[in-house]
Design a protein around this ligand. Structure first.
Ligand SMILES: Cc1cc2nc3c(=O)[nH]c(=O)nc-3n(C[C@H](O)[C@H](O)[C@H](O)COP(=O)(O)O)c2cc1C
Length: 321
């Protein structure tokens, strides 16, 4: 499928996840079949005010296509941030209209934009102006309050404002991350717009992804939490969608090897001090589903270096052979 002139060749992409889907997770996901990835949300205000941290979040991955994501409420800041983001040559600039976090919605950004669609439209228009030809997309939810369903209206609004694709997470802001995901609203959005639609929410297995395609007609699925510690999900989805045999589940040794590579990438990106601290959660994801996972995850909380990670690998082997 194409988002404007950008070809996305595959079935499943990695969701933006602030503080979680960092360069290491994105790289591992791409190596295991993710066809596209969106970087962590970045404050447009921060970018326009010259914040170093915001500028770093706009760095583009080598693996393409890659999108950076902006959030904000001020069209002027968004225009300026999109222009700065464009200098790094991302393939796509995505606008966050789905984040439920109190510190984001209290300022009117993220999913709060679903309550103010005229502003949402202005923001997309400003991003398009700043982006200088790089396609702009929007990521929305079903609505803000429990029971809201503004997805179709929001999708049509951002499409008219110039969005080249729409990702929809089939939950309201009030739901945060609790079930259910309303695939019906994703299907209605797909019917209502002519730009590509990316379906998102609660895809944890290849069959979940197939169901999302079949029930919504979406053009691509986006995976968030289901990819953490389980990058194999992407190629499982690819195989199921292509009608190919399901790849074998990774052995414990393979799992531990990919986990170690993820930590190496993390340390290469963030340095040892931050890297080993953040490795605590990364290693924890890879322990999910193993025998003794609860105890293994407790050990993860104490990671300070490679020897601690090796100790966890040894314990995982003892428990799981
Ligand atoms: C820890 C975390 C951070 C997230 N950060 C972002 C973000 O920066 N931008 C965004 O649009 N969505 C963000 N999301 C939402 C995800 O992109 C995705 O829409 C949501 O997790 C639902 O997909 P899933 O059920 O596959 O996890 C985040 C979700 C999580 C769990």
């Amino acid at each position: 499928m194409f988002i404007a002139n950008v070809e996305i060749n595959g079935y499943a992409c990695l969701a933006p996840m602030a503080g979680v889907a960092d360069l290491a997770v994105r790289t591992i996901s791409r190596e295991h079949g993710a066809c596209y990835a969106v970087g962590e949300m970045t404050s447009a205000k921060g970018v326009s005010m010259g914040s170093q941290k915001s500028a770093e979040l706009l760095a583009c991955d080598e693996a393409r296509p890659f999108a950076v994501q902006l959030f904000g409420t001020d069209p002027g800041c968004i225009r300026e941030a999109a222009a700065q983001a464009a200098e790094g040559k991302p393939d796509i600039i995505d606008i966050n209209m789905g984040c439920p976090a109190p510190k984001i919605v209290s300022g009117g950004a993220g999913s709060a934009l679903l309550k103010n669609l005229p502003l949402a439209a202005e923001i997309v228009k400003a991003a398009v102006e700043g982006a200088g030809g790089i396609p702009v997309t929007a990521k929305i939810r079903k609505g803000y309050e429990a029971g809201d369903d503004v997805a179709v209206k929001a999708a049509q609004t951002v499409e008219q404002a110039g969005a080249a694709a729409i990702t929809i997470h089939g939950r309201t802001r009030a739901q945060m991350y609790s079930p259910p995901v309303d695939v019906g609203c994703i299907a209605r959005v797909k019917q209502a717009v002519s730009v590509p639609v990316i379906g998102n929410g609660d895809i944890f297995t290849a069959q979940d992804a197939k169901n999302m395609f079949e029930m919504t007609g979406c053009d691509l699925v986006m995976i968030g939490r289901g990819a953490l510690g389980n990058p194999w999900l992407f190629n499982e989805i690819n195989a199921l969608m292509k009608g190919e045999p399901m790849p074998e589940s990774p052995t414990l040794e393979r799992r531990l090897a990919v986990m170690r590579r993820e930590i190496e990438l993390l340390i290469a990106d963030k340095g040892e001090r931050v890297g080993f601290r953040e490795a605590r959660k990364h290693v924890g994801w890879y322990m999910t589903g193993l025998r003794g996972a609860a105890a293994l995850r407790r050990l993860c909380g104490m990671i300070n270096g490679w020897e601690d990670i090796e100790e966890i690998c040894r314990t995982a082997r003892e428990e799981n052979i």
